[in-house]
Design a protein around this ligand. Structure first.
Ligand code: FAD
Length: 372
């Protein structure tokens, strides 16, 4: 019997389970999770220009975003894109709709100790599998982090009706830049409730300062948004390693998926949509070829762009606002989102880059090429 084990039932593990369920192969699939990161309080926002298998899990859809750069606020339509929010509980429920009718799917509570040559070790027990998809342990050797994305978000309830329920703010640079290139992101629920998140790109040797992040959030709410009194209902924070280098994903019969598989986009920290595309490609490869290795190649050009951007903004924080201003200078956000989706052509990219200081970026690119 050809068994598949998915280590980790978070975003990438569940997304892969759903995609495997619809390609109609008959391998038993076991998803193992030890419950350390309950899905209940989690949510992912992302943009997409196409229908997805898990769209039914989205609780909010937006067709505009707000950005604030160079002292100006702009509302941008998304063109063929939509911005959506998926909550963890809804994701789990939709995935169960795909997997529950199929008796060959099992969700197991257990701790993955290690990935073995022929399966995984769960709570000390060897579980044999033909293929293992690993979102929890990853490869022993990972490329070094080029930067860290450090963010702290408050879900707030404000006294005044200050949020626009229909339009999230993708980035607002009215926040101190002293500790690193920083912006504030606002995901509204209604006029009084929103997730307000302070986000910084930090050089690898810079340590996150939680007090400074909280101070910046308080300042933003009071002075920029004019929220009046507010209550913090929940706080979330994370420091994500951003890697522009290639992550080796295959080791024997195990393939790393999700953040461990290098699917966090290094210049944004977003992974949701990339995980959906990766899950679909893995399921398709298993179905067509009997193995999961026929995956689209990674683009060296976009890895270079990501690495260069991180090098530039971690040295000169003010360049992040300039870069975002250049990318999002069109009537719609579509050209920028297509670039961030790695779906642009070189000639489109040269047009997008106009407005960025060419000498700074070329010097960073040259430095990367020489030191690689
Ligand atoms: C707070 C936060 C907010 C984010 N928001 C967004 C967003 O809005 N949009 C976006 O695109 N990206 C976002 N990301 C980035 C990325 O999409 C997420 O990190 C995403 O959850 C990565 O998916 P994953 O499957 O790799 O990891 P996870 O979703 O974290 O799943 C890993 C699972 O493995 C389990 N686990 C861990 N170790 C073990 C073990 N040894 N044995 C068994 N189980 C184990 C955990 O319980 C967890 O369920 C965010 C990241 C964070 C940290």
């Amino acid at each position: 019997m050809t068994r598949i084990v998915i280590a980790g039932g978070g975003l990438s593990g569940l997304s892969l389970a759903a995609h495997l369920a619809v390609v109609d192969h008959r391998h038993p699939v076991i998803v193992v999770d030890d419950g350390r990161d309950p899905l209940g309080g989690r949510a992912w926002a992302s943009w997409s220009d196409r229908a997805g298998l898990l769209d039914a899990a989205a609780c909010r859809w937006f067709d505009k975003i707000r950005v604030h750069v160079n002292g100006t606020t702009k509302v941008l339509r998304l063109g063929r894109y939509r911005y959506r929010v998926v909550r963890g509980g809804d994701l789990a429920e939709v995935v169960r709709r795909f997997t529950d009718p199929l008796r060959h799917f099992t969700f197991l509570e257990g701790h993955v100790d290690r990935i073995a040559d022929d399966g995984v070790v769960v709570d000390g027990q060897h579980l044999r599998a033909r293929w293992v998809f690993d979102s929890v342990l990853g490869q022993a050797e990972e490329p070094p982090a080029d930067a860290f994305l450090s963010f702290r978000g408050w879900r707030v309830h404000t006294e005044r009706a200050v949020f626009d329920a229909e339009i999230p703010t993708l980035f607002d640079f009215r926040t101190p830049q002293a500790r690193g290139a920083s912006f504030v992101y606002v995901l509204p629920d209604d006029a009084h409730h929103a997730l307000v998140e302070h986000t910084s790109f930090l050089a690898p040797d810079v340590v996150t300062d939680p007090a400074a992040q909280r101070e910046a959030l308080a300042e933003y709410l009071t002075e920029v948004v004019g929220a009046g009194r507010y209550e913090i209902e929940r706080e979330e924070h994370a420091v994500l390693p951003l890697r522009a280098g290639r992550t080796g994903r295959v080791h024997g019969n195990a393939v790393t998926i999700g953040a461990k598989g290098g699917l966090l986009k290094a210049s944004t920290g977003f992974a949701f949509q990339r995980v959906q595309l990766d899950s679909a490609a893995i399921a398709e490869s298993l179905h067509r070829n009997g193995h999961p290795f026929a995956l689209p190649g990674e683009s060296a050009r976009f890895r270079m762009f990501d690495g260069v951007l991180l090098d530039v903004v971690t040295k000169e924080p003010a360049q992040l606002e300039r870069a975002f201003a250049a990318l999002f200078r069109y009537r719609t956000a579509e050209p920028a989102l297509r670039f961030l989706d790695e779906a642009t052509t070189p000639s489109q990219e040269w047009r997008l880059f106009a407005g960025m200081p060419a000498a700074t970026y070329l010097a960073a690119a040259r430095h990367r090429l020489v030191s690689s």
